[in-house]
Design a protein. Structure first.
Length: 324
């Protein structure tokens, strides 16, 4: 719900994170199971309501009377409606669920597409171990291929969930959980943290960008590159400010002396769709607001407010905008 409200104000992607509009094979299986369960539950509910109204309508009567079929057969009725039917229904649903669980956990090629996701309060570190780079709050995947997502946590328990693509899986400190994600068609899909993990749990979103293999590989190549040196005067001043100030203590920008690892890697920050893990769209206005007062947008997060003049803030934003 929070995500829906947030996303409507932040139209980065037109898709809603609706698990009932599946865009991948695992999500399709899960949505199918959801409809089956809704159907079975609805039928059981209506039958129980029907019996309740029947009992009210008939009222109290002599349990042994000759016209009272229900009274004479009460034991058989309780045994069948109270024990046998529920057992059959629950066992049937159990079998269907097992089938879905099996097909959802089907694995793909674990050498080819591997992404490591590490949950932090309150953002997602995203590593591409084979290509040896890291980014944040955004996963790019090739369309129509199963991608192995290895989930770890840096602090508390989080839960990785892309409703339109897969089921959810917890990120647990001290262990690695593996989830397979696949998208049927290109697009941007919202993901969210599905386990309460502190004050900004609701603003711990990410985007999965599914793209055709060719453009996916182009993206991989571009991400591996170091940041370019800014040429414009304002951006150069902003760069110095970033390196000399507190920013570089927490953030890494590959190709520069900034090598902090407490906050997201900003090497190609300007290309990301959101800032603050989905707290706002990544544009000039929001970026300036975010740096000046990170707690206005996301109270309690670990980025300290900066004491910059308007002039300094402008140069810093100008520099960050060059990080394509
Ligand atoms: Cu991380 Cu909730």
């Amino acid at each position: 719900m929070t995500a829906a409200v947030l996303l409507s104000g932040c139209a980065v992607t037109s898709e809603t994170p609706n698990a009932l509009i599946p865009k991948g094979p695992a999500a399709e299986e899960i949505a199918g199971l959801w409809w089956v369960m809704l159907g079975v539950g609805t039928i059981v509910y209506l039958v129980v309501l029907g019996l309740l109204f029947l009992a009210i309508w008939r009222g109290r009567r002599d349990p042994t009377g000759p016209e009272n079929w229900w009274g004479r057969n009460s034991r058989a009725f309780i045994l069948s409606a109270g024990v046998i039917f529920p057992v059959i229904i629950l066992f049937g649903v159990y079998i269907i669920t097992l089938g879905v669980l099996r097909s959802v956990s089907q694995s793909g090629d674990s050498q080819r597409n591997v992404i490591e996701v590490i949950g932090h309060q309150w953002w997602w570190e995203v590593n591409y171990p084979e290509q040896d780079f890291r980014t944040a709050n955004e996963l790019h995947i090739p369309v129509g291929e199963k991608v192995q997502v290895r989930l770890r946590s840096a602090d508390v328990i989080h839960s990785f969930w892309v409703p339109q693509l897969s089921g959810k899986l917890d990120l647990i400190p001290g262990r690695t959980n593996t989830l397979w994600v696949e998208a049927d068609s290109p697009g941007e899909y919202w993901g969210l943290c599905a386990e309460f993990c502190g004050t900004q749990h609701a603003k711990m979103l990410f985007v999965v960008v599914a793209q055709p293999r060719q453009s996916y590989e182009r993206w991989l190549t571009e991400q591996q590159e170091a940041a370019r040196e800014p040429t414009a005067e304002a951006a150069r001043l902003g760069r110095d400010l970033f390196m000399e100030g507190e920013c570089a203590d927490c953030h890494t920008i590959r190709g520069t002396e900034a090598a902090g690892d407490l906050g997201p890697d900003l090497t190609h920050f300007a290309r990301r769709l959101t800032l603050g893990a989905g707290a706002a769209p990544n544009n000039r206005g929001h970026l300036a607001g975010w740096i000046a007062d990170p707690h206005g947008l996301k109270p309690g997060n670990f980025m300290p407010a900066t004491k910059l003049t308007g002039e300094e803030l402008n140069t810093l934003v100008a520099y960050l905008e060059t990080l394509e």
